[in-house]
Design a protein around this ligand. Sequence first.
Ligand code: ADP
Ligand code: MG
Ligand code: ZN
Length: 616
Amino acid sequence: MNQTVRNILLFIGAMVIMGVILATLNMQTVEHTDIASLSTKVEQGDVKSLVIRGDEVEATYQDDTKNIVVKEPGDSLSTVFKNYGVDPEKLRAIPTEIKEPSGFSYWASLIVPNLLPILLLLVVFWFFFRQVQGQNNRAMQFGQSAGHELPKDSKEKVTFNDVAGVKEAKYELEEIVDFLKNPEKFVKFGAKIPKGVLLMGTPGTGKTLLARAVAGEAGVPFYHISGSEFVEMFVGVGASRVRDLFARAKKTSPCILFIDEIDAVGRQRGSGLGGSHDEREQTLNQILVEMDGFEPNAGVIVIAATNRPDVLDPALLRPGRFDRRIVLDPPDIDDREAILKIHADNKPLSKSVSLRKLAERTPGFSGADLMNLMNEAAILAVRRNKTSIGPDELFESIEKVMLGPERRSRVMNEEERKTTAYHEIGHALVAHLLPHTDPVQKVSIISRGRAAGYTIKTPTQDRHMRRREEYLEDLAVMLGGYAAEKIIFGDITTGASSDMKSATQLARSMVTQWGMSKELGPRIYGEQEDMIFLGRNIHENRDYSEKIAEKIDKEIDDLINHGLDTATKIISENKTIMDRVSQKLLEVETMERDVFLESVQILSANPDNHPKEDKN
Ligand code: ADP
Ligand code: MG
Ligand code: ZN
């Protein structure tokens, strides 16, 4: 945008300069007149002398003023004057000098008028060309400028200290750094350092950050390119970029070559879907060729990052290529605290803030989410003119990061508010009364993102494995809102649709993926196949019969009905509590855990409210 504005200004400037030049050339110091008036002057004897320069006649008068007359080319001056009836005697009496038409101004006056349009055209062409080139820069440069080099002493140098958690990954990468610093140590022991390291982890776990930290620690050149940059408009550009990048890297070894988001090029070949399919294949092949091409211990280490290791071409994972694979786990509670600490470092936190508490309230948050949380809290504190970031800002930001910004402006009428309140208390009460569910942290009927209200429950511990029974209870909690609406108002609103969606998904996974259905047993139904575009499971490979499909449907129905029964039972047995807590929520709009517990007036989960297991 800026570039365009600058070009336009430049262009206008050039035009102005041209105009000025043109004007000065035309503007003669001597005034022009016509032959007729000059003839009169000659007749009157007013003319002292004449200078003839080609077709131009310069007349000097008795009072030393001058005039220029341009006569028609071809005719001589005497003929011209004769035509105007000038006495030839009088003309002869005037001293006349004939000069060769020469000198810069003469030639300029001849050439410039013809040349100017051409020049102007050239300038216009030049600007257009530049414009086009700017836009198609990448296309014009072809494979030349592949990758970017990070300056060795960049101000924003990242070190391992900037990365919290991901201990195993850091340990492995420290080894790589060690090799880059002292290769002899390893060579002496005959050890081969892997050529390629693949960082795998869900988005925001710090893969890119970690790769930059390796570069910062090792102090060697660091080339980085993103997989998506390979996907260019011309077939073959990607491959030539790879060649170019590796060539540059080899020249400056030891060095690190970082390919971010490698899944953009490294997906399984031959699946025949997606637009620039050939292009990707060629690029991938070139990467494989280059990686095979260099010697072990050549000092070039390729680090790649992906959040979709499952879709990578097996050839990439073959020994000798990315044979070292490092998984970056989502942060656990200690990691979260450490990450928060890193991002709180340059921010004024109030003394009353406990990062530990914040970490407890943010299970499932990635490193990027936590960074975002800190940032949102800082912005909130500034907007509230605080001197430091307090717990209020931090806890509010949790919900903002999780559910999107509050939408206080979304006005609900009284009926909608009431429905939302009962719906949310439905979730909260079922969660509160079932023994294996996560404790309710907060209930609110302030819209956030797309939800009319929300209920937040957070686990007391990080969990990696979950039991069937817990999922059964989760289903009941998910349907708690639906059940509440149905029991209290005898009708259902659209507010429950996303609950039903997640309940259905959970039930399906339980049956088909986790072997949690007694009827269908420990088998996986329907291998999920990944499709190139969207990067999601949009296609299911059906590897079971129609009869099984019916059974799956039946099982899903049963699970959902079981959940709904549980929720219905709890809510209809606790109608008075429902009324009381919902009324309170309508009053205060948002309830933290303590207020919720107080109005429920049951301080611990009541196991008696848990209905007996039926056949599910
Ligand atoms: P990805 O795994 O998607 O490449 P990034 O490395 O881009 O994630 O992480 C995004 C941001 O989140 C980082 O710039 C950093 O500020 C923050 N972050 C992520 N993980 C961590 C971590 N383990 N320690 C500190 N900050 C982190
Ligand atoms: Mg990344
Ligand atoms: Zn709901």
